[in-house]
Design a protein around this ligand. Sequence first.
Ligand SMILES: Nc1ncnc2c1ncn2[C@@H]1O[C@H](COP(=O)(O)OP(=O)(O)O)[C@@H](O)[C@H]1O
Ligand SMILES: [Mg+2]
Length: 290
Amino acid sequence: MHDNSLDARQILRDLGVPAPVSVARVTGGRDTAVFRVNLGDGDRALRVYGAGQMDGLWREVEVMEAARQAGLPVPRVHAVGIDDERPALLMEWCRGRPVTHELKARPWSARHQGVLFGRTHAAIHGVRAPAVLHELGRSWIAWARDDELGARLSERTHREDALLHLDYHPLNVMTDGGAITGVLDWTNARAGDPRADYARTLSILRLDAEVEGRLAPIARVVIRRFELGWRQGYHEAAGEPSDLAPYLAWAGTVMQHDRAPRPGVPGGLTPERLNHIRTWTAEWKRRAGW
Ligand SMILES: Nc1ncnc2c1ncn2[C@@H]1O[C@H](COP(=O)(O)OP(=O)(O)O)[C@@H](O)[C@H]1O
Ligand SMILES: [Mg+2]
């Protein structure tokens, strides 16, 4: 979100939060802006959404609470701003830094960071999705917005009950170097088969790193070691997922629209990158026998 006129202090007043000591903008993602707020008795994160995202925010808060109560490292929600023009979420500030930053600062620890990241991913999949994720129209299959692919996937048997994050990547996970301190950004969460979430993360590490430049400052070789660690940590905790090709075809299809260019929003895919993802997706469809 690139609206610089956002007045975080006003939003905090609307949330009933006493005057903060300091407010600093952390990031502006494509859909939200995040501020670090010092309240005197500790820090909070304020995440501000675009107009009309209130329904999504309600769902996200319910998912975060369910995940936290299940024992996952997820920031506690302190307040939710219900102004539909500018929905906002005030939550606990997680210690440490995003895994991406850790990888940049300490590239030699990539494998170990990956293992921790993989264990937490497996722990997410050990949690049953809360009821709010079983709402009509929120099926993980439908997220690919491809009827033919959806029909093919529907012929197979999947789990529908696991909690899936669906944006589990190194910018959305916080670490203090020795442990994961927070899993952020539950906007995409759905109920479904853990293999879909596993495939989604693999697609991000393999494609998005090159594509969007979000991980680009980190050398491919570091991301590759991180990926090996993630798989090791995940497999040790949850077993190695079988029959991944259909899920990778799904994840490639998701990425084609998730990262598609949007008018006025920087960071969309170039035609060459889109082609690369299409080729990747086609290869997994072939391996799925489609
Ligand atoms: N609760 C939090 N504690 C610490 N840092 C946070 C917190 N929430 C967000 N951040 C910081 O803001 C960045 C973006 O947050 P995120 O919720 O993923 O929003 P988006 O992806 O929409 O920009 C994270 O990578 C992290 O650096
Ligand atoms: Mg994010």
